[in-house]
Write a protein that binds this ligand. Structure first.
Ligand code: HEC
Length: 405
């Protein structure tokens, strides 16, 4: 029998057993304290599973050059693994990236590479997971973001932290408070760019700054296989913002490629991934994240042309006005079949926030009443035949970029 290294309490001997894409088994270890993405433990015992990251195409950035570069962006295959010590979970991802783009200070025009791991606040009802693009109303997500910043990149008030972007001479601080502020600014300048957020949709991101979530990240570039990044997030399985009651974890991962001018919403994003913790059943969640709709995609395409193409563009249809509705060119790579079904039958269940309503007043994706309730401008298609809905879902699942060679 293979000898198991000290920190590993139990490593399944079925390590080579193939798991489905997007289903990750967390390996139990004694401690995650000194874990880094390049650690021996990772090389030896991580059970990496392929996870494809698809270009975000739902909304377009307000940057012509970036949009042109990303117009025909291909998908990338990343690998994701997990470890747990019983209380905390470590998510490790690695993804191909030919160039290492590191932010070296505000005077340069380099956009840094980066990654994020998103945790659904709950996966207890897997058919109603949060919106993959940073959560949705009533279905929050917790997001951990890390960007590649040069070691010791020190700009006064650096790291994009607004609260500290005040010249020291213009603060109201004196004595001890001034010293404390100075210390905080200095720390921001030399610490890695890592942030935690809670979000219910991409215009509602709130940074978690009160220290209530103890987390740690790591990021590491290697020149192997044409260049690849490793990234890691370690956090408690349960914390103030994510409370998996049955120990079932739904996560998603994203990567930004600085060379492609990617930043903010412009990135590559996975679909939901089921992380299996020791003792969790995860059956229902795994079924949702791996479901392939059984409908007839060819008929779904015809139905889409009749019912949907006046508002939505995708890989086959390009006649809808640009800002009218989400571009569905990669929806098959990021949404679950359950989500697509729900979107068709009940658009109000999850309302995609869309463009800035002031810049695109003619293309508001929802209306708001006096009480703040939002109603999607997409009509519910609950009158369609059940089979037709399944055909459309099967067709939508074909909508995704090819994988880059
Ligand atoms: C009148 C315009 C309109 C029509 C017709 C329409 N939609 Fe939509 N759709 C929207 C808008 C606006 C949104 C964004 C607001 C929301 O999430 O409901 C949306 C959202 C969606 C989403 C979620 C997108 C995402 O990024 O997650 C899907 C999936 C979708 N529609 C599919 C369809 C399908 C399939 C049809 C045809 C059966 C259809 N839509 C018909 C306007 C439309």
């Amino acid at each position: 029998m293979k000898r198991v290294v000290g920190v590993v309490a139990a490593v399944s001997l079925a390590a080579s057993m193939a798991m489905a894409d997007n289903v990750v088994e967390a390996v139990k270890v004694k401690s995650l304290k000194s874990l880094k993405c390049g650690a021996k433990l990772v090389k030896k015992h991580a059970k990496f599973v392929p996870v494809t990251l698809y270009p975000q195409s739902t909304v377009h950035l307000n940057d012509k050059k970036a949009n042109a570069i990303n117009k025909d962006a291909k998908a990338k295959v990343a690998e994701v693994a997990a470890f747990t010590d019983g209380k905390n979970v470590a998510i490790i991802m690695r993804w191909p990236d030919k160039s290492k783009d590191v932010f070296k200070g505000y005077k340069s025009d380099i956009y840094p590479d980066g990654f994020a791991v998103q945790f659904a606040s709950s996966a207890d009802n897997p058919k109603k997971l949060p919106y993959i693009g940073m959560g949705s109303d009533g279905r929050p997500v917790e997001i951990f973001l890390r960007k590649a910043y040069g070691q010791g990149v020190y700009e006064p008030n650096g790291n994009g932290d607004v609260a500290h972007q005040v010249n020291i001479h213009n603060t109201n601080y004196f004595g001890k408070s001034l010293k404390k502020f100075e210390k905080e600014v200095k720390k921001l300048g030399v610490s890695p760019y890592e942030r935690a957020f809670v979000s219910e949709g991409f215009r509602s991101m709130t940074e978690i700054k009160d220290g209530s979530v103890k987390y740690r990240t790591d990021m590491h570039y290697v020149n192997k296989k044409g260049g690849m990044w490793g990234g890691m997030v370690v956090k408690p399985i349960k914390d103030a913002y994510s409370k998996p009651s049955k120990n079932e974890l739904a996560i998603a991962v994203a990567a930004w490629d600085g060379k492609e001018l990617q930043r903010d919403g412009l990135k590559r994003l996975s679909s939901w991934i089921a992380v299996k913790l020791p003792g969790a059943s995860n059956k229902a969640l795994e079924a949702v994240v791996t479901e392939k709709a059984k409908g007839d995609a060819a008929n779904g395409k015809k139905q889409f042309e009749t019912n949907c193409a006046s508002c939505h563009n995708n890989r086959d249809f390009h006649n809808a006005p640009t800002f009218m509705a989400p571009d569905l060119s990669n929806v098959g790579g990021q949404a679950t079949a359950a989500y697509l079904r729900e979107s068709i039958l009940n658009p109000n269940a999850v309302i995609v926030p869309g463009y800035n309503r002031n810049s695109h007043p003619n293309f508001a994706w929802y209306t708001v009443d006096d009480k703040g309730n939002r109603t999607s401008t997409m009509p519910p298609f609950n009158y369609l035949d059940k089979k037709v809905v399944e055909d459309i879902v099967a067709y939508l699942q074909t909508q995704k970029a090819e994988v880059a060679k």
